[in-house]
Design a protein around this ligand. Structure first.
Ligand code: ADP
Ligand code: MG
Length: 281
């Protein structure tokens, strides 16, 4: 078996900020560059990888499958599908709604991937964890814990709740680092919402947190047009400037070697920052 160690990268941000769109386009661009990529959706919604798979939801999210069938080294392969250009896709899935803890579910699903050495078995170069962060409970923090992603990208906009969520993720990075993980923040990916003073606010926020802005992504109507066709911009509009933007991001992620220990702000300071920039939702 190959002894290559996959490079593991986590994309974190609040719900609906654009993590899955960024993750899928990054995965597609990395696959175009020749890397063997695996994208792991870490949310009970199990919709992370759909646009790598013609817009279709994964049939067997790991937790749902394991509840019904148990789990072993062969069974877990039933939870892994091949999407665009050979990108491997898996979804943690989650507990039945109203029963069980979604965060713990993510942790269990990721533990299966590790236990059965899926990344080595499939000779994966790069793993992308598409990770939620509405609440950074222990389970949702699993993708950044020791043995998983050491590189975290924070998806944010200039909206207060989005910076609040990114700030929580920074606190979680501090916590896992204090527990011994080499996990650090690599940068902000700003997914613009079009609110006033947005870039100014995130620039200010980034300076205070001590983590640089590594990419700014405008609102792009091609995101929806690509989704309507069941795929990413990289797949459906490969010659567009929008696809080039995601390819540039992918190249930046591959080449980046800088990691930062964030210095989270207090809630009062975040609110003050939003007030200065008049950025309230
Ligand atoms: P998350 O995974 O963080 O919950 P998604 O990636 O699913 O968020 O994005 C939420 C919605 O926003 C989707 O419907 C997607 O089409 C849209 N979206 C994301 N990024 C952009 C963008 N740059 N321009 C326009 N629409 C976007
Ligand atoms: Mg998502």
């Amino acid at each position: 078996m190959a002894e290559k160690k996959a490079r593991q990268i986590a994309i974190y941000g609040k719900g609906s900020i654009g993590k899955s769109t960024i993750s899928c386009n990054l995965s597609a661009a990395l696959a175009d560059m020749g890397y063997k990529v695996m994208q792991v959706g870490c949310s009970p919604k199990a919709d992370s990888t759909a646009f790598l798979q013609n817009g279709e939801m994964t049939e067997n999210p790991i937790l749902e499958y394991s509840r019904a069938n148990g789990m072993d080294a062969d069974k877990i392969e039933n939870c892994i599908t091949e999407g665009y250009k050979g990108v491997l896709c898996a979804e943690s899935g989650g507990p039945d709604p109203g029963a069980g803890c979604a965060g713990r579910g993510v942790a269990m699903a990721l533990d299966y991937l590790r236990k059965y050495e899926i990344y080595a078995k499939h000779d994966i170069d790069i793993v992308i964890y598409d990770s939620i962060a509405d609440v950074v409970c222990g389970g949702f923090g699993q993708p950044m814990k020791a043995g998983y992603a050491e590189e975290v990208y924070l998806v944010t906009s200039g909206e207060l709740m989005s910076t609040y969520s990114s700030n929580n993720i920074c606190s979680a990075i501090n916590t896992v680092a204090a527990a011994g993980a080499n996990t650090r923040a690599c940068g902000f990916l700003v997914n613009l919402r079009g609110v006033d003073n947005e870039v100014e606010l995130v620039t200010d926020f980034s300076n205070k947190i001590g983590v640089p802005i590594m990419g700014i992504i405008p609102r792009m109507e091609k995101v929806q047009r690509a989704e309507a066709r069941g795929g990413t911009i990289v797949e459906k509009f490969p010659d567009s400037p929008e696809a080039q933007l995601y390819r540039d991001l992918a190249k930046m992620v591959v080449e980046n070697k800088n990691k930062y220990m964030p210095t989270p702000m207090s809630l009062e300071d975040i609110i003050a920052l939003a007030r200065v920039h008049e950025a309230f939702e």
